[in-house]
Design a protein around this ligand. Structure first.
Ligand code: AMP
Length: 176
């Protein structure tokens, strides 16, 4: 089995969660397989160790699960981006539009340095709204986003198009 086939087999698809018509990709079943988690982290390390990444930025909350391990293996800091009001220190924030209304994400104001080469990581790329907001936030801090890394991508939602033209490489382990 390839790594991609193992990931697909380890994900639990939950229909109609959190609302009707959404098929939720439950990664808790994958997290219960330590050998596969190690294989995934090894694959990401191989992919990114030559990219001169300075910081791995993980998106709340499932982007923290692999993001911390990946950053530690690359020997660089891990930095969380969280929903507004969760981070304790001074923050920089960015609003973005959802299907209905808007959301706000934050990063600690001293977490990134000007010119840092950032890898943005999350578990899943859907419409790309969350990843785009994270990109805007990193840019606002003066950093350079060189890479987006996702475990899963829902290709039919065209999130990749939203990240096109940003001069950052986009990689997903599995594209549905
Ligand atoms: P988006 O901003 O539309 O790209 O949505 C991405 C965020 O929503 C990620 O942080 C995912 O964890 C979550 N998400 C969206 N759709 C799903 C899904 N079908 N299954 C699991 N998580 C999802």
């Amino acid at each position: 089995m390839t790594l991609q086939e193992k990931v697909v087999a380890a994900i639990r698809n939950v229909p109609d969660f959190p609302e009707r018509g959404i098929q939720f990709k439950d990664i808790t079943t994958l997290l219960a397989k330590p050998a596969l988690v190690n294989e995934l982290i090894d694959d990401w390390v191989n992919r990114y160790e030559k990219r001169e990444i300075d910081v791995v930025v993980g998106l709340e909350s499932r982007g923290f699960l692999f993001g911390v391990s990946l950053a530690a293996r690359l020997g660089v800091p891990f930095v969380p981006i969280r929903k507004a009001g969760k981070l304790p220190f001074k923050t920089v924030s960015c609003q973005y539009n959802l299907e209905y209304g808007s959301a706000e994400v934050e990063i600690h104001m001293d977490a990134l340095k000007k010119g840092d080469r950032v890898l943005i990581h999350d578990d899943l790329l859907a419409t790309g709204g969350t990843a785009r907001a994270a990109y805007d936030l990193c840019k606002k801090c003066g950093a350079e986003v060189t890479d987006f890394s996702f475990l899963l991508e829902l290709g039919f939602l065209s999130g990749r198009k939203r990240l096109a033209g940003l001069n950052a490489a986009v990689h997903s382990q599995v594209i549905y």
